[in-house]
Design a protein around this ligand. Structure first.
Ligand SMILES: Nc1ncnc2c1ncn2[C@@H]1O[C@H](COP(=O)(O)OP(=O)(O)OP(=O)(O)O)[C@@H](O)[C@H]1O
Length: 373
């Protein structure tokens, strides 16, 4: 049975009730309080030739310590803008962003420099941006340690050699970047980015210029860093193979996080076989906004206005029955159960969670929905 908002009994609210609500809100932990990266309604507006471009339009993103995740999105969706902000190279117009407890909006120039040297490491697509051509691999890796200061030369060399060994680059130690393959250059870039043991490693299209086999090796280096050093890693990528390899892929659309794919290994109860199952989730932002996938809405002719119905365990979304082309159903008819439009009857997108399958609500659509790999 549906529970419409107007069904709720509206008892008078006393001043004491309001005070209790306000106190409960104050005591609630802040948004993203336990995340390593927390972006809260992040906005970045660029002005060029008198025209304003809203590159980020209230983007929310939380990344936990120790995660290895990918960011994907069409060209112009705002990925690089976000990465530049997280790297401390750009400042958002509005919103809030913290990384490892550093407030990215209020840092002064000095704090920003320390942040870039010690808290984040980055790997860019272009090798020229990652490595100094006239230094050897070992010198490239020890340079950030030297700039940070505090360690003797022998300790720096030892730490750099450990990183090179971890990333299978020992043989490249004394070579210059032009004497390395594309994959070795990017793995060296990872070693440089890890030199000062940052909390977060950011990578913008790190496999963009590599063939698939080499890209695999570079991705393996990120995984090694994540597993052996516990570094939190965020990779912007167009490479579906990379996106498929991580447990969490966040999609950015029009300057906001729009959907997430979470992957986990599940064992088939009947066969005992393990399989990687991927599920796509839509993101509900802090203002309660939800971006429905464009292919879902267009397949049902949804535009501008949709009908919502609150059920005990889900919310139904239906095309506006009063819109042109939907005149067969009267205004306000709403989706009645048993009329063939109720979720679960196989006619709604995604078909909703199935009952009796032993999974909890929120598990999302089951195999056969196109998201299972
Ligand atoms: N410095 C700038 N001045 C003006 N507009 C900018 C600037 N940087 C980015 N933009 C605009 O902001 C939007 C987001 O750009 P961004 O580079 O973040 O997208 P992206 O998702 O990284 O794209 P791509 O995958 O092509 O690199 C685009 O419309 C872009 O033109």
């Amino acid at each position: 049975m549906s529970t419409r908002p107007e069904d709720a009994t509206s008892a008078p609210v006393s001043l004491a009730d309001l005070e209790a609500r306000a106190a409960a809100r104050r005591e609630r932990p802040a948004y993203g309080h336990d995340a390593l990266i927390a972006c809260d309604r992040l906005v970045r507006v660029f002005s060029a030739d008198g025209v304003e471009v809203q590159a980020l339009q209230g983007l929310d993103l939380l990344v936990s310590e120790g995660e290895l995740m990918a960011l994907v999105g069409a060209s112009g969706s705002g990925k690089s803008t976000l990465m530049n902000i997280l790297a401390g190279l750009d400042v958002p117009t509005a919103g809030a962003a913290t990384v490892a407890g550093r407030d990215l909006l209020t840092m002064d120039a000095r704090a920003r420099l320390t942040y870039r040297r010690e808290v984040v490491g980055f790997v860019w697509q272009q090798t020229a941006r990652n490595l100094l051509p006239y230094l050897t691999v070992l010198q490239n890796v020890t340079l950030p340690m030297q700039l940070r200061g505090g360690r003797r030369r022998a300790a720096r060399t030892k730490a750099a050699e450990r990183l090179l060994a971890m990333l299978s680059l020992d043989h490249c130690r004394d070579r210059r970047p032009h004497q390395l393959s594309g994959g070795e250059q990017q793995r060296t870039a990872i070693a440089v980015a890890l030199a000062n043991t940052p909390s977060v490693l950011l990578a913008d299209e790190p496999t963009g210029e590599l063939d698939s086999h080499t890209a695999e090796q570079v991705f393996a280096a990120f995984r090694t860093a994540n597993e052996e050093l516990g570094t939190t890693i965020v990779i912007v990528t167009h490479d579906q193979a990379v996106a498929d390899e991580v447990r969490r892929t966040v999609a950015i659309r029009d300057g906001r996080t729009s959907s997430e794919v979470l992957r986990r290994t599940e064992r088939d109860a009947a066969t005992g076989r393990e399989a990687l199952v991927a599920r796509e989730y839509a993101m509900l932002d802090r203002a309660g906004r939800l971006q429905l996938p464009a292919d879902y809405t267009s397949s049902l002719g949804m535009a501008h206005r949709v009908l919502l119905e609150l059920e005990s365990d889900h919310i139904g979304v239906w095309p506006d029955p009063t819109a042109d082309g939907n005149t067969d159903r009267g205004a306000g008819d709403g989706p009645k159960s048993g009329d063939g439009t109720t979720p679960g009857d196989g006619t709604t997108p995604g078909d909703g969670p199935k009952s009796g399958d032993g999974t909890t609500p929120g598990d999302g659509p089951k195999s056969g929905d196109g998201t299972t790999t």
